[in-house]
Design a protein around this ligand. Sequence first.
Ligand code: MN
Length: 259
Amino acid sequence: MASQALQMLLAELAEGRVRVVDLTVRLAPDTPIIHLPDQFAQSHPLSIEVISKFDAHGPGWYWNNLDLGEHTGTHFDAPVHWVTGKDLPNNTTDTISPAKFIGPACVIDASRDAAANPDFLLTPERILAWEKDHGRIPRGAWLLLRTDWSKRTGDAFLNNSPTGPHSPGFHKSASEFLARERDVLGVGVETVGTDAGQAATFDPPFPNHSTMHGAGKFGLASLCNLDQLPPTGAMVIAAPLKIAAGSGSPVRAIALVPS
Ligand code: MN
């Protein structure tokens, strides 16, 4: 019975046989955000303004006002984020079914590839090779691309250069395969966005965004601790804020992992 499954899960959590792994980076004013080519408008980094902190503005309470872009830090991309998904039903943070905020994780480890080549792109061939070892990616799974990119600090994270940013991502054919042949929830990455750093120069530009959101799929960006997840067997919980007509939202993404 379903109630027994939940009772068992709670007992496993209480007894430490299921661990909670935090997939979320700390959200601070210096949390790196994407920088688009200069002709486009830019997203705001987080800024925090204290309303009161046990002072004349509020002697017994502490709270802040926030200013930030929807796509700041560890965050969720909704289908309406991209022009390809703008007319889909239930494509905004307030209309997506909350059942889609929970799903199994399939973790592909491309950390060595990304270390050798910052412009590494995941291909369908590589996904099929992973499936030979770990089984078919189930419908409704998050495909998480482990690159260890979240371990980079300072300028090495965005990895900007005169030729634009260099960071790993997905070949267009891999995004098409995952969206159409596997019907995933979406893809999650350790980089600042779900496309490769050089994706503005691809055809079409930003092919992962274009393909995934056009198919009603989601994105998770700036994840961390993917090295603590098994290839299969973990469950991701990532619920965006219910922002009216939101294109995305900062999210506290966590994973339940059998230990
Ligand atoms: Mn985003």
